[in-house]
Ligand binder design. Structure first.
Ligand code: WT7
Length: 657
């Protein structure tokens, strides 16, 4: 790959090879080292992962079997005992890292806090004891609905420490969405805060929890643990359901040994959108997830002990789980957490923080990069960004223009960029450059991580030729893979393992993304092939938004599609037909948008609502989304419309737009 290929010259594609100075100190720094890893993984995947598990993690008891694979159900390191909170905290306390900064936190109003490994350990132990005090036991589920404050990470690690599974619910979700998740996971305790800061406003988290729990709406919830963040007035059901964290903290000891967990004990459930109206509870377990988040963080972000590492995701998403909390801490790194986001009162806060802390590694989303690009170069140029040595992106395809801007303006043309493809379901990064060895092409996530066997196939499961489009699949189980959909193993099988038939008896994981692979073996992700849209790096099921719309009394039918958006990647466009007695109006439009926010959260707010007399359907009654997508993006409809039941519908929709 050192020579540009003919194709790349023809397309004037630029290649970016890692600088020798970067490669010299990199975790994986030579093509030979990289090739050796790939070869070892290829020759014996189980041995490859077992060697890493032994070298990289501490186990209380060894496993008896590396992999038990009963497709589609995998068990990794069967019989092994460990605790991820021990691997993230305790094991560093006997080393010089004891007094190293584990977590640097910056609040939106400008307050800040740094916790060393010893301090973080102490806080986690206390929080774990507080949960125990409330009756939380191994195997229980605890929901964490928090702003981006240290206590969010502390609560996660505390759950892991005592063997309770956490389910983190993104702070932007509405009371309705919170309730759905609490019910599905049969949550026993909810950890929340009075409120959190977001773009100069307070997000009233506790009030949302109260609404979700109204009138015994979630019978399994016994207690709510409230962290004081904003100091605003909140209603507390004292002497009963609700407890202040700072009051419980005074009652509990800081001594709480980590519970020895089975490698396959559930670590967390994280809800993500699928193609039906109901979010999927993605289940991750202990040993495999610990290893996979650990090793991907180490090699992809090339962690060095002096680095300050900043991932801008929210802990409510998988990126926050794997690459703010578990991966970095397991490696003994310094991880930075920021409560806020760029906002009119401080649009340059990102660059201010990089300068203030001397951030070395910065991981963000294409949607953020495109927003930065629009704001112009003056903001980043006003700050010293020379500490940066590595940049990353995740969440959606990055357009080459945004890539080049990131490279030039933020990276000062010296930082490698890792474009990392993965999903909630995969637990960690799957397709990515390794920054010391991979020559990158803007817009490509490049190659699979060592030990990951990805392919692009047709619907029969046959590999497609180079540069042909197809479906992205993974051919061998890997330690970080999801284990099931919580409470619904059939949905797990149907969603991921049945679209593509097994090849030579080998089951393949269907990711739901379209992709092509070029002549260098580089993957180019082309976006979702199912009814899932990606708004600002967040997955939303079209059905989920449609169900929300249809739950409004004025709505008869709704169809939701994504439309390309310059900053957000995609924007939600809803086509709505009304119940007989209701007439379309601007007020109703606004009301329906707000209704979606109430049902799901602000991330799902439709950018546009179009009223229609009827929706284009096939003779069998299936809504023809392809047509709606085309209409939504203002393009003319071409191709086959012969399956359309009533052709006049299209003309009406066109004139509506
Ligand atoms: C979907 C997963 C994994 C954390 C963030 C989102 C898209 C993710 C990339 C990338 C192109 C990407 C895919 C994927 N996606 N990373 N580097 N290039 N597309 O997690 O909510 O589970 O969404 O995000 O479509 O399937 P998620």
């Amino acid at each position: 790959m050192s020579q540009p290929t003919i194709e790349s010259i023809l397309h004037e594609q630029r290649l970016f090879a890692p600088a020798a100075s970067f490669a010299q100190t990199a975790q994986i720094g030579s093509p030979e080292a990289y090739q050796q890893l790939c070869d070892r993984a290829q020759a014996n995947p189980q041995q490859f992962w077992a060697d890493l598990a032994e070298q990289e993690l501490e186990w209380f008891a060894p496993w008896q079997q590396v992999l038990d694979w009963q497709p589609p159900f995998a068990k990794w390191f069967v019989g092994g005992k460990l605790n991820i909170s021990y691997n993230c905290l305790d094991r560093h306390l006997t080393t010089w890292r004891r007094n190293k900064a584990a977590l640097i936190w910056e609040g939106e109003p400008g307050d800040s806090r740094t916790l060393t490994y010893a301090q973080l350990h102490r806080e986690v132990c206390q929080f774990a004891n507080a949960l125990k005090h409330l009756g939380v036991q191994k195997g229980d589920r605890v929901a964490i609905y928090m702003p981006m404050i240290p206590e969010a990470a502390i609560a996660m690690l505390a759950c892991a420490r005592i063997g309770a599974a956490h389910t983190v619910i993104f702070g932007g979700f509405s009371a309705e969405a919170v309730k759905d998740r609490l019910l599905d996971a049969q949550v026993k305790v909810v950890v929340t805060a009075d409120g959190g800061w977001r773009k100069d406003a307070i997000v009233p988290l506790k009030a949302q929890v109260d609404q979700a729990l109204e009138q015994g709406g979630v019978p399994s919830v016994e207690n709510v643990l409230v962290v004081q963040r904003t100091g605003q007035q909140v209603a507390m059901q004292l002497g009963g359901r609700d407890h202040w964290w700072h009051e419980l903290q005074r009652l509990v000891s800081a001594d709480c040994p980590a519970e020895p967990m089975d490698s396959e004990d559930m670590l967390f459930i994280l809800y993500t959108s699928g193609t039906t109206g109901k979010p999927k509870g993605v289940v991750h377990t202990t040993g495999g997830y610990n290893l996979y988040s650990h090793i991907t963080t180490k090699w992809i972000f090339d962690l060095q002990d002096t680095d300050i590492y900043w991932c801008t995701a929210d802990v409510g998403w998988i990126t926050g789980h794997s690459y703010i909390v578990y991966g970095p801490l397991s490696n003994g790194a310094t991880t930075l957490m920021y409560e806020g986001a760029p906002r009119p009162s401080n649009p340059g806060c990102t660059w201010e923080i990089i300068e203030k802390y001397g951030v070395n590694i910065f991981y963000t989303a294409p949607t953020a990069i495109r927003a930065f690009l629009k704001m112009g170069e003056d903001l980043p140029k006003a700050r010293d960004l020379s500490s940066l040595r590595l940049l990353g992106t995740v969440g959606e395809p990055i357009n080459p223009e945004a890539w080049m801007w990131y490279h030039r303006v933020i990276g000062g043309e010296r930082c490698p960029i890792v474009d990392t493809w993965w999903q909630t379901e995969t637990g960690g990064i799957m397709i990515t450059p390794l920054p010391g060895v991979t020559t990158t092409k803007p817009g490509s996530a490049t190659r699979p991580f060592p030990g990951i066997f990805a392919d692009v196939v047709d619907l029969d499961g046959n590999s497609v030729p180079d540069n042909d489009g197809g479906y992205l699949v993974v051919k061998h189980p890997w330690p970080g893979m999801m284990r099931t959909v919580y409470g619904d193993p059939e949905r797990f099988r149907k969603s991921y393992w049945e679209h593509i038939p097994p090849q030579d008896g080998q089951y393949v994981y269907f990711a739901g993304d379209g992709a092509r692979r070029d002549e260098d073996g580089y993957f180019w992700i082309m976006g979702r092939v199912d009814d899932v849209i990606n708004v600002a790096g967040h997955r939303l099921g079209t059905m989920e938004i449609e169900s929300a719309l249809v739950s409004h009394p004025a709505v008869a039918e709704a169809a939701v599609v994504g439309r390309p958006d310059e900053v957000k990647g995609e924007e939600v466009v809803a086509f709505v037909t009304l119940e007989g007695s209701h007439a379309s109006s601007e007020d109703l439009r606004a009301e329906l948008k707000q209704h979606v926010v109430t049902e799901i959260g602000t991330i799902a707010r439709p950018g546009e609502i179009r009223f229609a007399d009827s929706l284009p359907k096939t003779r069998s009654g299936k809504i023809m989304r392809r047509l709606l997508r085309t209409l939504a993006s203002g393009e003319t409809i071409s191709g086959d419309t012969s399956t359309l039941e009533d052709r006049s519908v299209l003309d009406k929709l066109r004139s509506e737009g």
